[in-house]
Design a protein around this ligand. Structure first.
Ligand code: BG6
Length: 475
């Protein structure tokens, strides 16, 4: 017994990290475009350093990405060669509605994605499409304040309706917001939030989160009305928090950190604000304007499946602990002394994937989808052009094994697995190209130099075999 028949193997990308062509065919400017490479990227991403347009002296990697916009045929052919059953990608909102609040969509943007989906269809690859992967048109930020403004719900509904209608029959799997909980950690990147001096940031973030949650439920409703076969998923930046020790303060700290993340999925999957969140908001003096209609929409239109990214588990310590802080996917935490780390300091914990899957499945009892997982690492190109990325194979092998255990031993229902960045692309966190995740190498460096040529790494052939044997042969 192993992976179920029809298991969806593939890879995942995001528009702003691969498309480039930021100003072509009517596309408008977005928050993700103006996040520079270098030390200011994170202050901009967190909304602490306002940057709402390109500024002199910075390099903006999203402007050109890996030029997927012009090379998608070649890239999808390579995915097909690996045997992909599914390709996760996202829509750049500002290609469809350049400013975000127009009456009519931009036909060139719609046509681009239609071509991409048709290309996938040619190879029998199922698209899994994220409506927004961190992007928000700049105009919606400068004019309305981003997701803090409830008007964005209507703009997003319009976007969703346009997409579901146009791509009816071409796309069956949709995700509403990438890593919806990222709003708490990188609010400019996650929700187009820029803060005023002295503003209550928690109030703004949870207000914006409420708007996204309501928008997500509306999108689910609209999708099912347009085509009952559409499956809509939520998307969590997952990775369970472990207590640093059995000290009750540490266990409690882990519980609170987990709740901070589950909050989003509790609303999207169970349909209402959980009691612990209502109390937390009250304690922090955060007031949300939740209308009866919001409550109804949230309750009646929950998601069909739970998707999530998993790079590592996390670890939390309560007051009085001497644990060290550690880096990782924008989530603060303490160092787990039992785990090794990637070159970027992210903990490596394959068993944690099985643990996380069990926790999510126990909690929601809905099918899961692992839509991101992978190792960001430096690759070396040998003189003959080959790339031996055994370390990446090892990472993925162990994580696939953990998923298999969760399915076969624990009975978790899993729809599919898309590794992050099957082709090297721009890092969301750092803006680097040198933090590579791909099976396919892209000749491009951190300063934007390189031919953009694609080549197959050792892991390309390995993943091809994994898919061919439906996860039986992990090498
Ligand atoms: C997830 C995001 O947080 O992690 C992706 O959904 C991102 O957009 C991925 O690229 C890996 O993070 P990074 O910072 O290594 O690119």
């Amino acid at each position: 017994m192993g992976f179920p028949k029809g298991f969806l193997w593939g890879g995942a990308t995001a528009a702003n990290q691969c498309e480039g062509a930021y100003n072509l065919d009517g596309r408008g400017l977005a928050n993700v475009d103006v996040m520079p490479h270098g030390p200011e990227r994170w202050p901009v991403g967190t909304g602490v350093r306002p940057m709402l347009d390109f500024e002199e002296g910075y390099y903006y990697p999203a402007q050109s990405g890996i030029d997927f916009y012009h090379r998608y045929r070649e890239d999808i052919a390579l995915f097909a060669e690996m045997g992909f059953k599914v390709f996760r990608m996202s829509i750049a909102w500002s290609r469809i509605f350049p400013k975000g609040d127009e009456q009519e969509p931009n036909e060139a943007g719609l046509a681009f994605y239609e071509d991409v989906f048709r290309e996938c269809q040619k190879y029998g690859i199922e698209p899994l499409v994220t409506i927004t992967h961190f992007d928000c048109p700049i105009h919606l930020i400068t004019q309305y304040g981003g997701w803090r403004n409830c008007k964005l719900i209507d703009f997003y509904k319009k976007l969703a309706r346009t997409l579901f209608t146009r791509y009816r029959g071409l796309v069956r799997y949709w995700l509403t917001f990438n890593e919806i909980n990222m709003i708490l950690h990188a609010p400019f990147m996650g929700a187009g939030l820029v803060f005023e001096e002295g503003e209550n940031k928690q109030q703004v973030k949870y207000t914006a989160a409420h708007h996204e949650l309501v928008a997500s439920a509306w999108a689910t409703k609209i999708a099912h009305e347009i085509d009952p076969d559409i499956q809509v998923g939520c998307m969590l930046a997952a990775g369970s928090y472990y207590p640093y020790s059995p000290r009750p303060e540490d266990v409690r700290a882990a519980q609170l950190s987990n709740q901070e993340n589950y909050f989003f999925i509790d609303v999207q999957s169970r349909g209402s604000y959980p009691a612990y969140a209502l109390r937390m908001l009250e304690r922090e003096g955060i007031e949300l304007d939740i209308s009866d209609e919001d409550r109804r929409i949230l309750a009646d239109h929950t998601v069909d499946f739970i998707s999530f990214s998993y790079y590592s588990s996390r670890c939390a310590a309560g007051e009085g602990s001497d644990a060290d802080q550690v880096k990782g996917n924008a989530f603060a935490g303490v160092k787990n002394p039992y785990l090794s780390e990637s070159q970027w300091g992210w903990a490596i914990d394959p068993l944690g994937l099985r643990i996380t899957m069990n926790e999510l499945y126990d909690r929601y009892q809905k099918p899961l989808f692992v839509v991101e997982n992978g190792l960001g690492a430096i690759d070396r190109v040998a003189e003959d052009g080959s790339i031996d990325d055994e370390y990446r194979i090892e990472y993925l092998r162990q994580h696939i094994q953990a998923m298999r255990d969760a399915i076969t031993e624990d009975g978790v229902e899993l729809l599919g697995y898309t590794t992050w960045g099957p082709i090297d692309l721009v890092s969301a966190g750092t803006g680097e190209m040198s933090k590579r995740y791909g099976f396919i190498y892209v000749d491009r460096d951190d300063a934007g130099e390189g031919s953009l040529e694609r080549s197959r790494k050792k892991s390309f052939y390995w993943y091809q075999r994994v898919i061919e044997t439906n996860g039986e042969d992990l090498g």
